[in-house]
Design a protein around this ligand. Structure first.
Ligand code: HEC
Ligand code: HEC
Length: 319
């Protein structure tokens, strides 16, 4: 009896600490640390420019500090943004969508590439967030909670507008998947992995490490700059095999380019995709359509998530 009580107490204590499961993709989060954030480049009044853009913006203008609309480096490469996408609404606590997802929808690994996804899919996600059916399984993922709060504050008209806007955008810069036994040692900043200043290499282990192809340009939120995803040797081939066994294409369509309101996963951020697989597994993403993913994720291990997401990221996006 005493043993049973102790066991019960131990179980309760563990439940409270929410021990991450063995499939937890820690590499997909890049949780910011206060020390690393303190060294992030700050606005010193310098105006920057980017190739092919007429814009000159300070870092504060780039990020939309003080609720100003974030910089739009290439206004010619997307339709006119609806007001909430371009500027947000400070009164309701909604930040400009463009600040995180960029005006062209490319986003960063720490949020999501939403360019060219199906409009019904996008609207469903915003509804699921609004009604508590979708949140991150990682409580430290602050920006995912912000995203949920924005969705909660959006009106139905704004949801439809946002879904239509991002669905209308062409796909953007492909991710370059590089298989390698070693990877530059990284540190997180703003939720991204940036090469550590020591320049040392370390074994990749069971991780996919996504990092900007050009750190300076990404820090200026260049919507034309891309990302590199380092993956373990053989990951893409193993992922291809597992995707065939689990028949991802039967729902996500040929080339994993999406089918009706089932989203494209080809060419998308492996970090983003891994977080979603984990969320389905942990049950924090449990909208009506998420049920279809339940049998798929039921037995995925951490290594399976590495292989599947490296494979999906390596596929060309639909033209
Ligand atoms: C502070 C940064 C931030 C801003 C601003 C932001 N988002 Fe997001 N958004 C995120 C993050 C982070 C995620 C992914 C969460 C995760 O990893 O689970 C996301 C995910 C999404 C998704 C789901 C994508 C998918 O493939 O399922 C949609 C749709 C979306 N955002 C739309 C919007 C819209 C519309 C706005 C403007 C009203 C907006 N976002 C503003 C951070 C942001
Ligand atoms: C039986 C149909 C079905 C199969 C098979 C399936 N999926 Fe899905 N998947 C879905 C649906 C439906 C959604 C959208 C869920 C929602 O709306 O929340 C989805 C969503 C996803 C997402 C989230 C995308 C985003 O933008 O957030 C990922 C990642 C994903 N699936 C990966 C996979 C992988 C990898 C496989 C194969 C191993 C697979 N799926 C097999 C139906 C399926």
């Amino acid at each position: 009896m005493k043993k049973l009580v102790l066991l019960l107490i131990a179980t309760l204590a563990l439940g409270g600490a929410a021990a991450p499961s063995s499939s937890y993709p820690d590499w997909a989060y890049g949780v910011p640390t206060p020390e690393n954030e303190a060294t992030a480049p700050h606005d010193d009044g310098t105006a920057f420019s980017l190739p092919g853009s007429n814009g000159h913006f300070t870092r504060g203008q780039v990020s939309g500090a003080g609720h100003t609309p974030p910089a739009d480096w290439y206004p010619g490469d997307h339709p006119v943004m609806p007001p909430l996408m371009a500027a947000g609404d400070a009164a309701r606590g909604i930040s400009a969508c463009a600040g995180c997802h960029y005006p062209n929808g490319k986003g960063r690994p720490q949020n999501a590439n939403i360019a060219g996804l199906n409009a019904n899919y996008l609207a469903r996600q915003l509804h699921d967030m609004k009604t508590g059916l979708r949140r991150s399984a990682e409580p430290r993922k602050h920006n995912a909670q912000q995203m949920v709060d924005f969705a909660k504050a959006m009106t139905e008209t704004e949801i439809v507008q946002a879904a239509a806007y991002y669905a209308s955008l062409p796909h953007t810069v492909p991710i370059k998947v590089i298989e390698s036994a070693t990877v530059p040692k990284m540190r997180s900043q703003e939720g991204m992995w940036l090469p550590h200043e020591s320049g040392v290499q370390e074994p990749i282990g069971n991780r996919v490490i996504e990092t900007p192809a050009n750190v300076e340009r990404e820090q200026l939120r260049d919507p034309h700059a891309g990302f590199i995803a380092y993956a373990p040797k053989g990951a893409v081939a193993k992922g291809r095999k597992l995707a065939a066994t689990l028949d991802c294409a039967s729902c996500h369509g040929e080339g994993l380019h999406g089918m009706d309101s089932i989203p494209a996963i080809a060419g998308r951020s492996p970090s983003y995709l891994a977080r979603q697989l984990y969320d389905f597994q942990q049950g924090t993403r449990h909208g009506e359509m998420a049920a279809a993913m339940q049998p798929v994720v039921a037995r995925l291990t951490g290594a399976d998530i590495v292989n599947l997401t490296a494979y999906a990221a390596s596929l060309p996006m639909r033209k």
